[in-house]
Design a binder for this molecule. Structure first.
Ligand code: GUN
Ligand code: ZN
Length: 480
């Protein structure tokens, strides 16, 4: 095997532009030394492929009966230091939660040893749960943010690392930088990471959100991103109190989106978290700029922020990925984000259909009043089933958001997101029959249904191996 590094045979499930859930049974996939997919074909072409690429049967790794490969999941929004307090402190709304819980803990990352321990825990935990790409917020501390980059690189995770910028913080004065410091340190951060030349770990410009940045800082960060062609991330329109404060602080701007847009922070390499309250007019600006939304449903519910209508965002042809938003969201797993994104869309559906009928309809129905054509009066207004409603996300839609959608949101879909030839092999080997699995596959059911069971009921116990760019990164090497 010269050019071919690994060959796998079995079932592969992924999303494509046309199909949210394409099942390829009895397929054969080969990766090269650079981690890229060299071929992906029906296994009946095996002998031709073997001849062309110089491998034989003994080189093929065959998958077990119910096993399948799916693309690695992409967390488009996660706060690495907040892993420290994940699963606690969920009683407050966003702005109070930041001041009371988040800022004091993030401030402890001035201590490099603390950062090293916590960052190694979060990278290990995300990888084990199938996050092959993570778009991280770190803290305001440059050296600790570099530790996060080193850690992701060491473990082989694909990652964007954001040193947070904030020169304004009325609620926890200790945790902020001066404007000059923030600009200088961000430039240093970018330079250090450039010099390290990590293949898959890159810096991302990270103004925390408009409330914590002066106009000058936003403007300088926009220029820096533009000059260096860098990715950008922040938060937008997460909850009403935040939007009110942004409009108070930036009275000359028409809306929240304009604050970022006019400062060159909305580009086709921008991903903005939440966006629950973006208006259609603002979504149009996102589309014009090619900017993406990171949908973080767990956080939106946990902090009582709101619900994002993903379908409306997609209908505006704005790119969408999923985010855990740890620790506003209490789960590190994108499987949870998949479930909550479906549930959020169902909640929105139920709320809306409830507006179409009222208690009179229900009372009328209960009394058995008939219409002239024999239908229970009221029944005609009771909601249609969710499957028939295109606004409800299916598990296939959510699967796409967690994989291909995430890669599009981060503008890395030419590199990863599915199993197209030429992309890097970022993949999860799923074993539905794993020891202690939380679900069973009882009989011969379609592969799609096995995927569905895994998305709804699976966890890291079912993730037998994780690959990033062809390299197996989970289970961890014994040296780690
Ligand atoms: N807005 C500004 N900072 C944060 C943060 O850390 N988490 C969330 N969910 N929203 C934010
Ligand atoms: Zn966030």
């Amino acid at each position: 095997m010269d050019a071919v590094q690994q060959v796998f045979k079995g079932t592969f499930i992924h999303s494509t532009a046309r199909c949210a859930c394409e099942v390829k049974e009895n397929h054969i996939l080969g990766t090269g030394k650079d981690g890229k997919i060299l071929f992906f074909e029906d296994a009946h072409t095996q002998s031709r492929l073997a001849q062309k690429w110089g491998f034989d049967e003994s080189n093929i790794q065959a998958l077990g009966k119910n096993e399948f490969f799916m693309p690695g999941m992409i967390d488009t929004h996660i706060h690495a230091p907040q892993y420290t307090f994940i699963g606690t402190g969920m009683e407050r709304p966003l702005l109070e939660w930041l001041a009371h819980t988040t800022f004091p803990i993030e401030d402890t990352f001035s201590d490099i040893e603390n950062a090293r321990n916590k960052y190694s825990a979060v990278v290990r935990r995300t990888l084990r749960n199938g996050t092959t790409t993570a778009c991280y917020f770190a803290t305001i501390h440059t050296d600790a943010s570099i530790v996060l980059a080193d850690t992701a690189n060491q473990y082989g995770q694909r990652a964007f690392i954001g040193k947070i910028c904030m020169d304004h913080n009325d609620t926890y004065q200790k945790y902020k930088e001066t404007t000059e410091e923030s600009i200088r340190e961000t430039k240093r951060f970018v330079e250090v990471l450039k010099k390290k030349k990590y293949d898959r770990v890159k810096p991302i410009i990270t103004p925390r959100f408009a409330i914590s940045c002066s106009e000058r800082l936003l403007n300088e960060l926009g220029k820096l991103a533009d000059e260096n062609d860098l990715h950008i991330q922040s938060h937008i329109s997460e909850c009403p109190a935040e939007i009110k404060e942004v409009l108070r602080l930036f009275p000359s701007y028409k809306n929240y989106t304009e604050v970022y847009n006019r400062n060159k922070l909305l580009t086709n390499k921008t991903v903005m978290a939440h966006g629950c309250y973006l208006t259609n007019e603002e979504l149009d600006i996102f589309r014009e700029r090619g900017a993406a939304v990171s949908h973080c449903p767990n956080s939106n519910i946990s902090l009582c922020s709101g619900h994002l209508d993903v379908r409306n965002v997609l209908n505006h042809r704005v790119k969408v990925g999923l985010g855990t938003d740890v620790a506003g969201g209490y789960s590190i797993s994108l499987l949870d984000a998949i479930r909550k994104s479906i549930e959020t869309s169902k909640i929105l559906f139920m709320e809306r259909s409830k507006n179409d009928w009222d208690t009179n309809d229900l009372e009328s129905l209960q009394k058995g009043n008939m219409t002239p054509n024999g239908i229970n009066r009221g029944a005609e207004n009771i909601p249609i089933t969710p499957e028939k409603n295109p606004n409800v996300l299916s598990y296939k839609d959510a699967f796409r958001l967690a994989t291909l959608g995430g890669s599009e949101a981060l503008s890395i879909d030419h590199m990863t997101g599915n199993f197209e030839v030429g992309k890097e092999f970022d993949a999860l080997l799923i074993n539905p029959d794993a020891k202690d699995s939380h679900f069973e596959v009882f009989s011969h059911i379609p592969k799609e249904e096995i995927l569905q069971k895994f998305l709804y009921l699976g966890d890291d116990r079912n993730i037998k191996a994780v690959y990033v760019a062809g390299r197996r990164v989970v289970p961890f090497p014994s040296s780690f």
